[in-house]
Design a protein around this ligand. Sequence first.
Ligand SMILES: Nc1c(C(=O)O)ncn1[C@@H]1O[C@H](COP(=O)(O)O)[C@@H](O)[C@H]1O
Length: 163
Amino acid sequence: MQPLVGLIMGSKSDWPTMEHAAHMLEKLGVAYEAKVVSAHRTPDLLFDYAKTASDRGLKVIIAGAGGAAHLPGMVASQTSLPVLGVPVQSKALSGLDSLLSIVQMPGGIAVGTLAIGNAGATNAGLLAAQIIGTFDEGVRKAVDEFRMTQTQTILDNPDPKEQ
Ligand SMILES: Nc1c(C(=O)O)ncn1[C@@H]1O[C@H](COP(=O)(O)O)[C@@H](O)[C@H]1O
């Protein structure tokens, strides 16, 4: 299946976080490609990836990085596809460095910044699916079903003392 979402990250060490985005995309039936691309360590690859992304059929890019997390902003500078940035939790500063590196973009180049860590990656996958769902009926239905099931699960078991 043609990948619609590009899931990129600065290092293989980001995968335990970014796999949460992958799981959500899989759950919602969205085809994606996953790859390590780094603004710092593989700058030529980053430019090539971002510049060709739209022509290759991608519709959304999820970019996760930790520490001096320049990847999402630099990708956004090279493509007009929506870029969702995931701040990976760093050891030294618990991801606050990643968050601030991604969120405070200058006006005119946009990155949609998610929460730090696993929940941010999960929601990046969900948000990417919601964007795809604006033109893909199957994905829109999968998102609606996911949300209904989530709500019903809570309504069916509201007692906090019960598992
Ligand atoms: N922030 C970036 C970028 C980038 O922004 O291009 N490339 C790698 N990194 C980050 O460096 C951290 C440590 O990487 P290593 O574990 O490989 O040393 C990772 O969280 C990665 O996202």
